[in-house]
Design a protein around this ligand. Structure first.
Ligand code: ADP
Ligand code: MG
Length: 712
């Protein structure tokens, strides 16, 4: 099995995309195809051999008329063109219709010209609607569900045309042709609104860097970032984006990370510091040595996540697909019933069949089908602009119901930059205490470990040891110069039957045991992030309970929570214990989230309904394990994500409710006006206009999410 992803552009409507997806899935060469209309993305899992893009296009062409652009994912696609060939052709077709209408109202106005009008309108109908007819026929031939807006329009147009011919009523011809013409115009306007909206969202989150200045012996050459290799050196100067993750070899600069983090704080960087792709150089020039390939760089990863197709569709998305499945057929049946029953009772068949056709036209579900997925995509775009990467629309849904946030402490609510504030050596010298500690801690990935070694080792190198083991939530062990070393909390030492005295210190105590003998401790202290106060305050205000799950000892947890205003805590937990607490809460009324830094709490992040990981820039573990990645180290971004989820949900619900309200309103109005004998108040073309206008309105409403401010 081979999976391949493509960018696919040009669908007029979410429905067309759904139909093409269904058709692709029937192909024996394809295991599973998935089209994501909002993200312009097609994913195919092939049974064995990969199909050529031409083959895919031809396959879709069997059921779809839209002019599609398909390219491999990552390749450039030109922007949506409004004034393309099709636009001009359609315009000429519309012009032809207009000429026919004018002729029928001037030269052929008299009733005696009925058959001339018949011929003219028939020709005009073919000219304006041939592609709609063709689509419907294709769909039926290939046995895909034909009940879509195109069929509705065909029935309405043909129906009106037949009635006009029987009744010899020229103005009913006008109705028929107006339906098809306005529908076509509507499709173009919808296409512009939808495609331009999608582009706007993609652009808002687009971090791709266009070029890199590769340093070569003979000078500097502009290349694509994709072509860079590890250890290549690039030159980046004021106003340019860093093309690739790497290390600064030369120069100093102020770097603006706002495109990644949503925060406008320039950071000073210099030699030996790491820098990330997608950041803008505010001032200065850097020589950066690539430490990763472009495809593994920060920008590339984030773009992949945002563009990643949504296998986990949002509830609203699912509702819409289900809704479209029963809504269109039901309206279909209701309309036919109205036509037949009304006709039979009043014996005024023509009037009632016309009403039935009108009701069919209003029924197009496009406004909802297009605008809902777009609303979610827009929400994800807004999050991206704020340095929050959300991996799926479904997480926005889950967040709306958020009732409980479990949070890690070290590195999440604290800076995780410990400093050693006290050293107590027992039976060995202080110098030895530090040497032993650093021997094992220099291999630790935990911030405590790094802090202890920071001054002692002057930076980076490791001390050679054997049999190193990192015990998550406890500490570290290893063998150094044939001494068995243990460094960590009380529990770690006690697990090895080492008696440890109770030490009262303000901070985290790291005990050391050498060859099974307690040999002293150091006290490290960490600072609470200013922003953590903000997070607790905001979440409490919104009735979201915050509970601390920490591996730290009880006294520390208690004081910590008092300071922050966190209502409850669980202390002295191993990473696997944290999962137990999350499990207990999951499946209840509210949704449960976990916030961590990705260091030894990846399992908890995965287990929660919504897993937040902090510090997305530069941390692969965080990016991979989380549902939502916070690019900065600010815990209060959890609240922003929650707020964005609410905004998105509200817009989605508004769109659905408003569309149903308008549609039902027009249906009822059409019915009532027909009943009281003034059907001309709601002509058929008005029904088409109501549908198209509504779609454009709701698409724009969805797009506006992208420009919303998050109020705190
Ligand atoms: P938190 O849940 O607050 O993030 P952790 O689970 O990361 O805490 O760690 C829990 C406790 O385990 C720490 O408070 C510390 O006592 C101990 N510990 C973990 N890793 C180390 C280490 N490398 N060195 C010393 N102590 C450690
Ligand atoms: Mg931690």
């Amino acid at each position: 099995m081979v999976k391949k992803s493509y960018t696919i552009k040009g669908f007029d409507c979410a429905n067309c995309a759904a139909k093409s997806e269904a058709h692709l899935n029937k192909d024996p060469r394809i295991e599973k195809a998935n089209i994501d209309f909002a993200r312009d993305r097609l994913d195919i899992v092939y049974v064995d051999e990969v199909m050529s893009i031409e083959d895919i296009k031809n396959k879709i062409k069997e059921v779809e008329e839209d002019e599609l652009t398909i390219v491999n994912i990552g390749e450039e696609v030109s922007d949506y063109k409004i004034f393309d060939k099709h636009f001009w052709i359609l315009l000429s077709r519309i012009a032809f219709v207009v000429v026919v209408i004018i002729l029928s109202f001037t030269a052929f106005r008299d009733d005696s010209y009925f058959w001339v009008n018949f011929a003219l309108y028939l020709l005009a109908t073919v000219v304006i609607a041939y592609d709609i007819f063709y689509r419907v026929i294709k769909t039926i031939i290939h046995k895909e569900n034909p009940l879509d807006e195109y069929l509705l329009i065909v029935i309405a147009t043909v129906g009106a045309f037949i009635i006009a011919s029987i009744e010899k009523e020229t103005h009913v011809f006008l109705e028929a042709i107006m339906v098809a013409t306005l529908f076509q115009i509507g499709q173009v306007i919808e296409g512009i609104a939808t495609n331009k909206s999608k582009e706007a969202i993609m652009k808002a989150v687009d971090l791709r860097v266009e070029y890199a200045n590769l340093i070569k012996n003979e000078g500097v050459e502009k290349v694509k970032p994709e072509d860079l290799k590890v250890d290549d050196e690039v030159l980046v100067t004021t106003g340019e984006y860093i093309p690739i993750d790497g290390v600064v070899m030369k120069g100093r600069a102020f770097v603006d990370t706002s495109s990644l983090t949503g925060e406008f704080v320039p950071v000073a960087v210099g030699v030996e510091q790491e820098v990330y792709s997608g950041c803008l150089i505010k001032e200065g020039t850097l020589t950066v040595k690539a430490s990763k390939e472009y495809s593994n760089s920060t920008v590339s990863k984030i773009m992949d996540l945002i563009g990643e197709s949504q296998e986990n569709k949002s509830k609203a998305d699912k509702f819409v697909s289900k809704f479209a499945r029963w809504y269109t057929p039901s309206i279909f049946i209701i309309s036919i019933l109205v036509g037949i029953i009304g006709g039979a009772i009043t014996n005024d068949w023509i009037a009632w069949i016309l009403l039935a056709l009108k009701m069919l036209v209003v029924a197009c579900p496009c406004a909802i089908v297009i605008s809902i997925p777009l609303a979610y995509f827009s929400g994800i775009g807004l999050a991206g602009k704020n340095g929050i990467v959300i991996k799926g629309s479904n997480y926005l849904d889950e967040l709306v119901g958020l009732k409980k946030l479990f949070t890690d402490k070290t590195g999440t609510l604290t800076h995780g930059s410990f400093s050693v504030v006290k050293k107590v050596a027992i039976g060995i010298s202080e110098e030895q205490l530090m040497e032993y500690l650093c021997a094992v801690e220099s291999h630790s990935i935990h911030p405590i470990g790094r802090a202890i070694c920071l001054n002692y080792l002057d930076g980076h190198e490791h001390i050679q040891i054997d049999e190193f083991i990192e015990k998550a939530g406890l500490g570290v062990q290893g063998e150094y110069q044939s001494h068995k070393l243990l460094a960590g909390n009380k529990r770690l030492l006690e697990d090895s039957q080492i008696v440890v005295p109770d030490v009262k210190e303000d901070g985290t105590i790291v005990y050391l045991a050498v060859d099974g003998k307690y040999s002293g401790y150091v006290v490290v202290s960490d600072e609470i992030k200013e922003d953590a106060y903000e997070m607790v305050k905001l979440l409490n205000k919104n009735n979201i309970d915050v509970t601390l799950l920490t591996g730290d000892k009880e006294e520390n947890a208690k004081i910590f929570c008092q300071k922050l205003g966190i209502s409850s805590y669980q202390s002295e937990l191993l990473p696997e214990d944290k999962i137990l607490y999350i499990n207990k809460e999951i499946g209840g009324k509210g949704k449960v989230a976990f916030l961590g830094d990705g260091i030894n709490d990846a399992a908890s992040i995965k287990r929660a309904d919504v897993g937040f990981a902090m510090g997305g820039v530069g941390s692969d573990i965080a990016v991979d394990s989380a549902d939502i990645v916070l690019m900065t180290d600010k815990p209060s971004k959890v609240y922003d994500a929650y707020k964005i989820a609410k905004i998105t949900r509200n817009v989605a619900i508004f769109n659905i409710a408003f569309a149903l309200f308008i549609k039902l309103g027009v249906e009822v109005a059409a019915f009532v006006t027909n009943l009281v004998g003034v059907p001309e108040v709601i002509p058929m073309w008005l029904a088409v206009l109501a549908d198209t206008g509504l779609t454009v309105l709701l698409v724009v409403n969805s797009l506006l999410i992208l420009h919303r401010k998050i109020n705190r």
